[in-house]
Design a binder for this molecule. Sequence first.
Ligand code: NAD
Ligand code: ZN
Length: 349
Amino acid sequence: MKKITVNASTEYDILIGKGLLSDAGKLCADTLGIHSVAIVSDDTVDALYSEALEKSLRDAGYSPIKFVIPHGEASKSMKSLEGLLGFLAENHMTRSDFLIALGGGVVGDLTGFAAAVYLRGIRFVQIPTTLLAAVDSSVGGKTAVNIPAGKNLVGAFHQPSLVICDCLTLDTLPENIFADGCAEVIKYGIINDKRLFEKLKSPIKPQIEDIIANCVSNKRDIVNADEFDNGIRRLLNLGHTVGHAVEICSNFGISHGSAVAIGTCIVARASARLGICEESLPCEAEKMFKDYSHPTTCKFSAEELTTVALGDKKRMGQTISFVLPYAIGDCRICDMNVETIKDFIQKGL
Ligand SMILES: NC(=O)c1ccc[n+]([C@@H]2O[C@H](COP(=O)([O-])OP(=O)(O)OC[C@H]3O[C@@H](n4cnc5c(N)ncnc54)[C@H](O)[C@@H]3O)[C@@H](O)[C@H]2O)c1
Ligand SMILES: [Zn+2]
């Protein structure tokens, strides 16, 4: 088992290992004590992993209750939030009690936000079961739900008390969902970890525990330095400003991971053309994303992508911050004027 400690506004451990789900009860008891606990999961993950989690919690002295949402992004809604908050109230959950998010980023973000607002804030534990959740959404305390006006528009910073990542749960992920997580893993390599990028040239599954730990410690360092996303945490947005535009232009037909791959490659090609990085960098990035089954180009025009990107929530007045690759493992934040963005994207198409 690997242990990585985050020192943000609160300190907590991220535990990564094979088979940790069956120890989850004891791990929770050691960190949070024995209180009432509510598990939140989606129907797919519930069918696969709730039983093992519930048994482990009961063995440790808990009497868990459970709230299950339908799987999929549509469940990250105000309606689910209201349902969950009502469930917690009906079951008389108090401030000393805690929630467990068992699932991917949808469950994690919803549960985290419910924990942030229920009784003005109770504790929660993340048990990520997708690669994306393991390397990204379960760490760092960003929680949110979607509203019709946009994704993640209603949320809070609320750090978990513990993250338990059982790598064995990733074995049941459909290949496309696993591949989406791989795009985020590649992102960490390009941002600031050339060694991680090199490791990804060998098959990922045999080294998954090590790779997740690499990503999590990268994210930990960034969150420790900038918990509230005003500075270097924006590095994690590599490929995401253009990527979100690609997702929206495709009406979400292109998955998040593939959109990040396309967005990263557009930014990399534009950076190479501007002499910011070597010509070889976009080729290296493209090869890596293709090896993990992602596209690196899209059919949308610079005009279309720019129009959508200008509505991005990362916009600050007349600038949008872009993350530019100077080399593999060396990315920097550049605040770009909205007038220059179309030209920049055009160079990357
Ligand atoms: N909070 C953050 O910092 C942050 C960062 C990145 C993404 N996110 C959010 O994360 C969400 C995406 O997360 P995701 O990609 O994990 O999606 P998800 O939670 O929808 O999971 C994807 C699918 O995989 C299924 N699944 C999950 N674990 C499984 C398993 N072990 N075996 C089989 N099937 C399994 C789920 O039922 C679901 O259908 C988005 O809403 C995004 O906004 C948040
Ligand atoms: Zn992402």
